[in-house]
Design a binder for this molecule. Structure first.
Ligand code: BG6
Length: 486
């Protein structure tokens, strides 16, 4: 990968979890790979008066051990020379003046302000940045999710940020779009003619998109209990994946061409009626159980979670895209914490053959299935039926497997690394445009309202399982089963 232009990367929330867990390790990897311009500085901002030495000590203690086998003493030491630290109180004007003095106002230099803070601070931070002229054309602003709690609060954030920055300076991040397998899905769909004729309602029976985690809410109980799986995962990550599966081929990879196509998908999502919310959505919450043989507490026993909480940690739903390509094809989306396995995958189930000539009944599913695995190990598998060796004409499921790590030996960039480099290079295509996310909220809001108005409590499921039994019921009513149940 070629080197980036010179840059200043400013992390608001520089001592926070995201910066230490994801952002700094990602930049270290890019530095080690030689992708960062030698004149690239990282300015961490935090509320504590740590001084540079104090901050570097935190990096040594908390970032370094996370690098595992990728740690290299020489690369680490030279990486640390890029780091600066400034104390900044988000409401103190003088702190921004000092920042502006450090950064200067050179419009030809790429200055990235990454707001890895609580979203309640976005408005205040942007206002102060603008007041000291740090909204000039060379500045880009990165907004971490969650962007709002519903459409109204999302638009309030946009309006405030939009008063200080133009839309093409705003990078709304969804780290799922930076994942290698997601990019590959675009490559497979739009770089090959093979799948396109089949990629439609005539040939596809249903689509399943799953993001399952083994982790519980960890230290984020307070945030999570206010948020829940629908807002935390489905409104953004899952809907973005759905867009990439379902969008029409864009005219080019130009940022507005891609994002325009995604927006059309979101606009075609059929809204849920109050009855649909009951029959087509399963809301769940984990109870006690075991992960990898070890007992784990239930959600209501987690740190900073209300003991009578009705927040969902699981959601499965059946969506429909009302357009010519997809009308009538169920899109089953599912995400949950404390599930049996950590897996993120997209499953495209093709239709059955029109007439069975083989003795073995094919049952509900043809066996033609494309499975795009995003994690833990990126791969693409194409399943089909083949004859089992022997006298009898018995068919069995078999697959062609494309394991990306075996096929491509190049170094893999983590999602955050790719996206941070894209911001430095000014590439917006993998970031969400204002109207896209607004549309996603507009689709999700009525679900939340309906849950609240009709007091729909989450169904319990044991930690370490695939969620409430109703999740399988949702598919069986549509004549389908989840991929792992086949
Ligand atoms: C984040 C959510 O956006 O994505 C977390 O807030 C979730 O709750 C995480 O754990 C999952 O990301 P990944 O890349 O580990 O699948």
């Amino acid at each position: 990968m070629s080197s980036t232009p010179a840059f200043d990367m400013v992390f608001f929330g520089g001592t926070g979890d995201l910066a230490l867990r994801k952002l700094l390790p990602a930049l270290y990897q890019a530095h080690k790979a030689g992708t960062l311009h030698p004149d690239g500085l990282i300015h961490a901002l935090g509320r504590k008066a740590l001084g540079l030495e104090g901050y570097l000590a935190i990096l040594d203690e908390q970032v370094r051990p996370r690098l595992g086998a990728d740690f290299n003493e020489q690369a680490w030491q030279s990486f640390l020379r890029r780091i600066r630290f400034q104390r900044l109180e988000s409401g103190t004007a003088a702190d921004y003046e000092q920042l502006a003095q450090t950064l200067g106002h050179d419009e030809s230099r790429n200055t990235v302000c990454y707001l890895a803070t609580a979203p309640q601070l976005f408005t205040q931070i942007c206002g102060h940045l603008a007041a000291v002229g740090l909204n000039h054309a060379g500045v880009r602003i990165v907004l971490e999710k969650p962007l709002g709690h519903d459409l109204e609060s999302y638009e309030a954030i946009n309006a405030a940020v939009g008063r200080c920055f133009r839309e093409n300076q705003i990078y709304r991040i969804d780290h799922y779009l930076g994942k290698e397998a997601v990019q590959n899905l675009m490559a497979i769909r739009f770089g090959n003619a093979l799948f396109e004729p089949l990629w439609r309602r005539e040939w596809i029976e249903n689509v399943q998109i799953t993001i399952a985690e083994e982790l519980g809410v960890e230290e984020r109980g307070e945030f999570y209990d206010r948020t829940g799986a629908l807002r935390d995962m489905l409104q953004n990550h899952l809907l973005q994946l759905l867009c990439i599966v379902a969008m029409e081929p864009p005219a080019s990879l130009d940022e507005d061409a891609v994002r325009g196509e995604k927006l059309k998908v979101l606009k075609s999502l059929k809204p849920f009626t109050a009855e649909d919310v009951i029959s087509k959505i399963v809301r769940g919450q984990y109870g006690r159980g075991a992960i990898n043989g070890l007992p784990v507490p239930g959600y209501r026993e987690e740190h900073k979670v209300a003991p009578d909480s009705n927040t969902e940690t699981f959601v499965a739903l059946q969506a429909e895209i009302a357009n010519w390509r997809w009308a009538g094809v169920p899109f089953f989306l599912r995400t949950g914490k404390r599930m049996q396995e950590r897996v993120a995958e997209i499953v495209i189930n093709f239709r059955n053959v029109p007439h069975a000539v083989f003795p073995k009944p094919l049952g509900l599913h043809s066996g033609n299935r494309l499975v795009i695995r995003l994690q833990p190990k990126e791969s693409i598998r194409l399943y089909f039926l083949a004859k089992e060796p022997g006298d009898a004409m018995n068919l069995q499921s078999a697959y062609l497997n494309l394991d990306f790590h075996t096929m491509f030996k190049a170094r893999w960039a983590d999602a955050y690394e790719r996206l941070l480099l894209d911001v430095i290079r000014g590439r917006l295509a993998l970031f969400m445009r204002r109207d896209e996310l607004a549309q996603a909220w507009a689709w999700v809001d009525p679900i939340i309202d309906s849950w609240e108005q009709n007091r729909i409590a989450p169904r319990p499921y044991a930690a370490g399982t695939w969620g409430p039994a109703a999740s399988s019921g949702l598919l069986s009513r549509a004549g389908a089963i989840w991929h792992e149940e086949t």
